[in-house]
Design a binder for this molecule. Structure first.
Ligand code: C2E
Ligand code: CA
Ligand code: CA
Length: 656
């Protein structure tokens, strides 16, 4: 409903009247009760009383009815005329109400004088009360008040009595007073409502204006920070994000990689197929790249045909090449736009924080120059800023492809390194160490491919292969009458996450008719500490099979004594780094002594690895560690050489 401010004021007045009905009704009711009691005490015929009371109740009911009705439909009234009609209804009811009160005195003139005054007091009180409480809607009540008082005045004049005549003069004066003060209230009320509505309108207008400004500001903000064609962040926002990213990487000690991606020969597409196709191609490129990055990485359009990706929260430097590979791959598929089919390639330069640069300006420069290097290298490739990175990564890319193949065709061999009891010089066991015999790279040592295999999730298959090869070999040696002792297998923690690992282990022991006491598993301390609670369960089961468990690289992995006690382990393998420092470093010597003491008190076996010098062996022997593995006795040997080693094993001196 569209109302003028005046009309709104009237509407609020009407609402107000109807709300006041509740108190009005209670007032009516109480007054009627009072009068009824008063009449019963008098000599008025009962019919007169009943008629009076009845009339009042009828009016009261009508008043209640229209109030109820109005309340129900007021929200549905959609024009001012209908609303005004309700005002008229109310005025009529109030007029009747006033009439009923006013005529009352004419019916009861036979009452004693003091009762007259009581009734007069009630009537004047009602009039005053009406004006004071609902003075704001005086114009509606005026008919009520003045009809009631008018008839009363008339009655008083008709009494022809000095007292009543004086009363009449007083009543006329009060009517004048009621009239003026009621009008004042009413005007005030109107004014208040009008002002209230003005303020509301003003607020509304202000809000609309503010919203408009915000909207304009945000479009401006958007245009300032985003590229309108691709809706990607533009160079300005990119700079912001890069700075923030570097700060975050600094705080968290993570790597941030910046990729500058420049499309190759994009000008040709623009020139030959038109700018419309060019624009669409840029949009297509951006959405393809978006598909290969994570949601928290930032892809921006730096301008023209140059894009960039900020890769955050990365721990493994070599992994940063994967995204570059993915981008090259995703763009290599043909683009079909406006019925034209064409190809787009790109050159990518990668800068790394903190390796190449530590501020955003320098990092952009590095990534840029790497991108130009990629262009020089013939486009459609990626380059790191530092050459060694590029070499490392390319090697990795090649190796990654090769390692899958190597597993399929089993290019892995196992070398064995003896473990000797230094007191008797007897062989007590050997550690199986994997080697990759690659036709392409030659014999590859584990440090080159084990981390890669772990990252690619291939370590489980490799460990499984090693277990098979080594167990088969051991079984053969035992059959041939050799005594190779205990077989130590390196176990990446990932194996324990496999449902069937323990079953596989057990099956193999049966298959090769080995004694489970001749099998030992080496888990690195840092691996175990990754998920100690989870490992414990599996290790218990392994231990229950009578297979021994050793903690590899002990002393480097921050394990706590409380865990050591909980784990079902049998042996600590002192890390090579401490042995290397013997005899020169006092700290390392102290650590080695402490580890040996700890193993003794926890009733664990202890072995030292990486022993190269006699002096190291002697130190260990003196301090109670007599199990030794290291070049001092032998390097890891191929099975055949290991067999020879066992044959002429009455060793007293080193074989190397
Ligand atoms: P590791 O388990 O600590 O193995 C000991 C490493 O120290 C072996 O290196 C061994 O050749 C070397 N070593 C032993 N004695 C000496 C010594 O006196 N001097 C020197 N300089 N080095 C010595 P390798 O064979 O290159 O293996 C490296 C790591 O690769 C192993 O460390 C182990 O963590 C992992 N690895 C090897 N084979 C496997 C395997 O089959 N499965 C798994 N999961 N990891 C393996
Ligand atoms: Ca080991
Ligand atoms: Ca080790």
């Amino acid at each position: 409903m569209n109302l003028t401010i005046e009309q709104q004021a009237t509407k609020e007045a009407i609402d107000c009247i109807y709300q006041n009905t509740k108190t009005g009704i209670i007032g009516h009711f109480l007054v009627l009760m009072l009068l009824a009691i008063l009449f019963i005490d008098s000599k008025i015929p009962i019919n007169t009383i009943l008629f009076g009371v009845f009339t009042h109740y009828i009016i009261l009911l009508i008043r209640m009815y229209i109030a109820f009705k109005y309340n129900k439909i007021k929200d549905k009234i959609d024009n001012f005329n209908d609303l005004y009609a309700w005002l008229v209804y109310y005025k009529i009811v109030m007029f009747l109400s006033g009439l009923a009160f006013g005529l009352m005195l004419f019916f009861v003139h036979s009452l004693p004088t003091e009762h007259h005054f009581l009734i007069l007091a009630v009537i004047v009180g009602l009039a005053a009360g009406s004006i004071l409480t609902i003075g704001e809607v005086f114009s509606i009540y005026i008919s009520y008040v003045f009809t009631m008082l008018g008839f009363t005045l008339l009655w008083m004049i008709m009494q022809n009595d000095d007292v009543y005549n004086t009363g009449a003069i007083l009543l006329a004066l009060s009517m004048y007073y009621f009239g003026t003060s009621g009008k004042r209230y009413s005007n005030n009320f109107k004014q208040i409502i009008i002002e209230k509505n003005r303020a509301k309108e003003h607020l509304l207008a202000k809000k609309i204006a503010q919203d408009k400004i915000i909207e304009q500001e945000s479009t401006l903000d958007y245009q300032k920070n985003y590229d309108l064609l691709t809706a990607l962040p533009n160079r300005i926002l990119f700079n912001d994000r890069l700075k923030q990213g570097i700060q975050k990487a600094q705080r968290n000690g993570t790597i941030l990689a910046l990729y500058i991606i420049d499309l190759d020969n994009f000008k040709v597409i623009n020139d030959s197929l038109g700018h419309d196709v060019g624009d669409k191609a840029l949009i297509a490129v951006s959405s393809r790249i978006k598909n290969v990055i994570r949601s928290n990485d930032t892809l921006s359009r730096l301008g023209g045909d140059e894009f960039s990706v900020i890769l955050e929260d990365f721990n493994y430097i070599q992994g940063t090449s994967r995204l570059a590979q993915n981008i090259l791959k995703i763009l290599s598929k043909p683009f079909v736009i406006n019925k034209h089919t064409f190809y787009i390639s790109c050159s990518i330069g990668i800068g790394l924080y903190p390796k190449d640069a530590t501020d955003s300006f320098a990092l952009i420069k590095d990534a840029d120059s790497a991108m130009y290097k990629a262009k020089e290298e013939g486009k459609n490739n990626f380059q790191f800023y530092s050459n060694e990175m590029t070499k490392l990564v390319l090697e990795r890319v090649v190796m990654e492809a090769a390692i899958h193949e190597a597993i399929k065709i089993e290019e892995f061999v196992v070398f064995y390194q003896p473990q000797i009891d230094a007191r008797s010089n007897k062989l007590i066991g050997m550690e199986a160490l994997v080697r990759w015999e690659s036709p392409k790279f030659g014999l590859v040592l584990p440090f080159k491919f084990i981390p890669l295999a772990e990252e690619l999730g291939l370590i489980v298959e490799i460990d499984n292969l090693v277990m098979n090869i080594a167990m088969k070999q051991f079984s053969q040696w035992y059959k041939d009458g050799y005594n190779p002792g205990v077989l130590s297998l390196n176990l990446a923690i990932k194996n324990l996450e496999q449902e069937d690992y323990i079953k596989k282990l057990n099956d193999n022991i049966m298959k090769f008719s080995l004694d489970s006491q001749h099998i030992e598993l080496e888990l690195t301390e840092s691996d175990i500490m990754k998920k100690p609670e989870k490992s414990i369960d599996k290790l218990e089961k392994i231990s229950a099979l009578d297979i021994k468990i050793a903690i590899d690289d002990f002393g480097t992995g921050y394990s706590s004594l409380s865990y050591l006690k909980k784990f079902p382990i049998n042996k600590l393998k002192i890390d090579k780094s401490f042995i290397d420092d013997i005899p020169n470093d006092e700290d390392s010597k102290a650590i080695v002594r402490a580890i040996i003491a700890m193993a003794n008190s926890l009733k664990l076996d202890v072995i030292a690895e990486g022993v190269e010098e006699e002096i190291q062996r002697d130190f260990l022997l003196e301090n109670g560690c007599h199990k030794i593995q290291g070049y001092y006795y032998a390097k890891p040997l191929p099975a055949k050489e290991m067999q020879k080693f066992m044959e002429n094993r009455n060793i007293n001196a080193k074989t190397v």
